[in-house]
Design a protein. Structure first.
Lengths: 252, 252
DNA sequence: GCTAGAAGTTGACGCAGCGTCAAGGTCAAA
DNA sequence: TTTGACCTTGACGCTGCGTCAACTTCTAGC
């Protein structure tokens, strides 16, 4: 019994193009090739194709399948490795799903825009490589931390941020001096608020880098229009920067 | 504040090539391009890049991201669709894992070679399209059915198959006539055994196609060397075929 | 001012697994 | 003999960049 390429393809639920591809890559040669170049497949080829399709449906790549079929030693090993890979992939997707869900929930709760801006600070602005790398790591940590919180926790943290911003804006509007005691206490509150985020130098008790970070954040608030908008206007951001830097100079 | 392509890439943890790619596909254009052609990125671009990378880490494709960033209407919709896609993907992988596990366990239990041959019958040999399509569907159904069984159930089913084959071989060796009562009872047992598999015409009570299938299977047992080996030799397979076809003619 | 080296540019190929024309040869039925 | 179905090879396309290659530009040290 023999089949043409189309017959075999129809039977196997694939296309003739795939069969030609398998032929080209040496995975499945036709059992016979007519003088006209036509490919014909017999039951041996069918059996091999079935094994190929089985492994394909299991998500294995063609080279891997070729390997299994080549050294027919122990398909169990290949399957076990494949299971491990699949489980890893599944776990990765699980984490992705959780992450996207949190993002979605946070978005729906309206917590996103400012959080985005807040967290953006941790991997944007550090100038030399070392600090850049530290910033990256910090972003990873803080991002994981954020997505690890419950919605209620996120709301609470966001509320604290709102309150803090509101206090800053009020102080700036009131014409308070950046070096005044009130401004310093706000700066201290700001630093404590930042210190809740694991991975930051403040949270890690690294005084040297805490100071650097606070100074850097202050500059960032002024430079970045998103922050300026957040602190009501450019003057507000300038006020915050000055207060933070004064606090960093004298109290940290 | 402005960054060169390398600086931004290092900070974002990607390569400059990726940034150029984003530029080319219109996902992220540099905020400024120098007279020398150099790309420079400002904080606006950085913010956009961060959103891009966020979605990228969530596994979204570049066109999808571009879509979300383009019609800034409701990123929630995009995320929800993405979650659905991820869940589907996860379920698919889950099914794959179960399938591979079963395959592995069956392989370890030594049940594979004959089962492979048994099930192969359901989508190999039907000649015209219609029956071919029916055969394919049957293969899907029976395959799912097989992988849905527990190991013990699989072992039991396999044992029944072994017993059946042994009985066939014994009868063939004893020189029994294919039309004898003993051969007919064996054929009946064979058909009942096949009828356990959902998706087959026998299981579905389709008498017409049951007969056709039994006749076809008989031919297959003779044509295919794998079956010949299973029934001890070609003569054994011929005996089985004749007995099955005699049964199909007179009792079904 | 010169030169080395680092970093920038565009262009093009490669990857996996086929889908999808395109251009032309073969086969079976009418 | 025509027609239409099916076969062949060849080549491009898709995703998201990695990886040369060849060339220009900037930066730093002499």
């Amino acid at each position: 019994m023999e089949w043409t390429i189309q017959e075999l393809a129809a039977r196997a639920g694939i296309t003739s193009r795939a069969l030609r591809h398998y032929d080209r890559v040496g995975l499945l040669a036709p059992s016979r090739v007519g003088a006209n170049g036509y490919r014909y497949y017999d039951s041996t080829a069918v059996a091999r194709l079935q094994r190929i399709l089985l492994m394909r449906r299991l998500g294995m790549g063609l080279p891997a399948i070729a390997g299994v079929l080549a050294d027919e030693v122990d398909p169990c090993d290949g399957l076990r490795a494949h299971i491990a890979a699949l489980e890893e992939e599944r776990d990765r997707i699980e984490r992705q799903i959780r992450s996207v869900r949190h993002t979605l929930e946070a978005l729906q709760a309206g917590a996103e825009p400012r959080m985005d801006v807040m967290l953006a600070g941790f991997n944007d602005r550090y100038k030399d490589e070392v600090i850049s790398r530290w910033g990256e790591r910090a972003f990873q940590v803080s991002n994981d931390w954020w997505h690890g919180k419950t919605l209620d926790q996120q709301r609470a943290w966001k509320q604290a941020a709102e309150d803090l911003v509101a206090a800053w804006v009020a102080a700036a509007k009131a014409g308070v001096s950046p070096t005044s005691e009130h401004a310093r206490s706000l700066a201290a509150r700001h630093v404590r608020w930042l210190g809740q985020i694991p991975g930051t130098p403040t949270a890690e008790g690294d005084r040297e880098r805490s100071i650097e970070m606070v100074r850097c954040l202050g500059d960032m608030y002024v430079d970045d229009p998103r922050f300026a908008g957040m602190y009501d206007d450019a003057a507000g951001a300038t006020f915050v920067r000055d207060a933070l830097q004064a606090y960093a100079r004298t109290r940290m």
